[in-house]
Design a protein around this ligand. Structure first.
Ligand code: HEC
Length: 159
């Protein structure tokens, strides 16, 4: 640079450069910071609770007789009937009559698929465990194939 600057001009020029540099640094710091924040928000949004982490399929409960019948067979075949009655009071576990009316569908699905997680992590299931003092066992129900049929059967006993 072949420009002659007086001392004061150099001082000002340096001052301007310093300002420019520091604002770039600040800008970067700001960017890094907001990037960090959004990554943090994304992480907490995807950090599911153990209950939420129990994946359940989304489906509308069938009212078709064939599905209800299949659910009834599964209820007996998968051992649910050893611990639950449907109407007539409690057995090892609660009477499941009307369970589809008193609980959310997703909650019931999680309970059937992962009862051992639910009784430790879900407040309602914890209370049931306190009352019944037996851990419902995981019956290895297939979420896509068997679960919808079981729900159809439970729903058919709502009234
Ligand atoms: C070993 C006994 C046992 C077996 C087998 C069993 N359960 Fe359970 N179930 C329980 C108990 C006990 C509870 C209450 C929660 C707890 O203490 O684990 C319960 C809770 C439930 C609930 C919640 C009831 C409510 O009032 O909210 C549903 C729904 C349920 N069971 C469905 C099933 C289905 C469907 C099967 C078969 C795939 C099954 N259970 C097999 C013992 C059993």
């Amino acid at each position: 640079m072949d420009v002659k600057l007086s001392g004061g001009a150099i001082g000002r020029a340096v001052g301007i450069v310093t300002l420019a540099v520091s604002s770039v640094v600040l800008g970067l710091a700001g960017a890094a910071c907001s990037k960090g924040d959004s990554a943090g928000a994304a992480a907490s949004a995807s950090a599911k609770s153990p209950v939420e982490a129990i994946e359940v399929p989304t489906f509308t409960i069938s009212t078709a007789q064939a599905d209800i019948d299949r659910g009834k067979e599964l209820f007996a075949g998968k051992g649910c009937g050893a611990c639950h009655k449907i109407g007539g009071g409690k057995l090892v576990g609660p009477d499941l009559k009307g369970v589809t009316a008193r609980r959310e569908q997703v909650w019931i699905e999680r309970m059937i698929l992962r009862p051992e997680v639910m009784t430790k992590e879900d407040p309602t299931a914890k209370d049931l465990f306190k009352t019944y003092m037996t851990q419902m066992t995981n019956q290895g129900i297939d979420p896509k194939d068997q679960l919808p049929a079981l729900l159809a059967f439970l729903k058919s006993n709502e009234q």
